[in-house]
Write a protein that binds this ligand. Structure first.
Ligand SMILES: Nc1ncnc2c1ncn2[C@@H]1O[C@H](COP(=O)(O)OP(=O)(O)O)[C@@H](O)[C@H]1O
Ligand SMILES: [Mg+2]
Length: 304
């Protein structure tokens, strides 16, 4: 049976901090599928989504979710149990990709440079002493399992540590403290287990925060990233290695900072990157000669 004969459910929304972004991702994916004559329907994520999947006789799920519940292995587990094929990474890779501490331990095993980090659980908060952190300020404080820069702060002075930690703990039970690495924001797009290309982001904001990501005019995207050939090749290889190290499937977007020392520091692998027409992975794909509709179609093909 051809893919065009299958009933595809495009999963979107949910209750994560990135639900709003997911609705845009989902709408763009749905639009591309319908344009390409697929039998696709929107599915709003809900606690009883299994009932909807059954009632609607969904045969394939295109996962347009972001963040908790959708990108962390949970929905992947449900879909595996229901024997419904789905796009993107499986349970373990999704769970690892969402966990910045667990994934970094794997990246270190594969000798991919990552920022140093200090992991703090909520129950350790009251006993925390800044002296326990082995690297000097400035720091970046962030939730361990979030996305879209939600809860991320740059800390430059001692006074700013407590509010930054409070902000990160609003979103997560575990937070990371890491050295702030000044440098260039570089991201690699992965499709079908190959590196597609490298994009650079230049933002007017202090860092690539939520506003920089989603308010138009706040950031410029430069494709291909203006890097010397050797550096471009190196970050393509590192991006693919990171994708493979977690065991990702189909597609991902890998975030780096290129430090002043000309070293790439891996920040994270996004297993369900933004998929609006102006999102970064679609932009990288377009630069590589792949239209948004083709990109969506190729991601769908990886679900089988
Ligand atoms: N160690 C760091 N040094 C410099 N900037 C950082 C660092 N960590 C995060 N940032 C900034 O914060 C943004 C979001 O961080 P990231 O770890 O990718 O979390 P998220 O999953 O929320 O995107 C990055 O794109 C970058 O601009
Ligand atoms: Mg990121």
């Amino acid at each position: 049976m051809a893919l065009t004969d299958k009933k595809i459910g495009v999963l979107m929304g949910g209750d994560s901090a990135e639900a709003e972004v997911s609705l845009k991702t989902g709408a763009a994916i749905l639009n591309a599928l319908v344009k390409n004559r697929y039998h696709a329907v929107p599915l709003k994520m809900s606690p009883d989504i299994w009932r909807v999947l059954e009632k609607e006789s969904i045969e394939i799920v295109f996962n347009g979710l972001h963040g908790k519940g959708g990108e962390d292995g949970k929905i992947q587990g449900l879909l595996e149990s229901m024997k419904i094929p789905y796009t993107g990474s499986g349970i373990l890779a999704s769970a690892l990709g969402m966990d910045k501490a667990a994934s970094r331990k794997i990246f270190i095993y594969h000798q991919i440079p990552v920022p140093d980090f200090y992991l703090l659980r909520r129950d350790q908060k009251s006993r925390f002493k800044t002296g326990a952190v082995s690297f000097p300020l400035p720091w970046v404080v962030k939730p361990c399992h979030e996305g879209s820069s939600v809860g991320v702060s740059i800390v430059e002075t001692g006074d700013a540590i407590t509010p930054a930690m409070e902000e990160a703990f609003r979103h997560d039970e575990e937070i990371l403290i890491e050295p702030y690495i000044p440098g260039r924001e570089i991201q690699v797009g992965i499709l079908e287990e190959k590196a597609l290309g490298v994009i650079e982001i230049k933002t007017k904001r202090k860092f690539y925060d939520y506003t920089a990501k989603y308010v138009s005019g706040m950031s410029d995207h430069i494709f291909p990233a203006p890097l010397p050939k050797a550096l471009y090749g190196r970050v393509m290889a590192l991006g693919l290695l990171a994708h493979q190290a977690l065991g990702c499937r189909g597609y991902s977007r890998v975030d780096f900072i290129l430090g002043k020392d000309q070293q790439f520091y891996l920040l994270e692998v996004n297993t369900l990157p933004g998929m609006t027409e102006t999102s970064l992975l679609p932009e990288i794909a377009r630069g590589a000669g792949i239209s948004f509709e083709q990109l969506v179609e190729r991601i769908l093909s990886c679900a089988i």
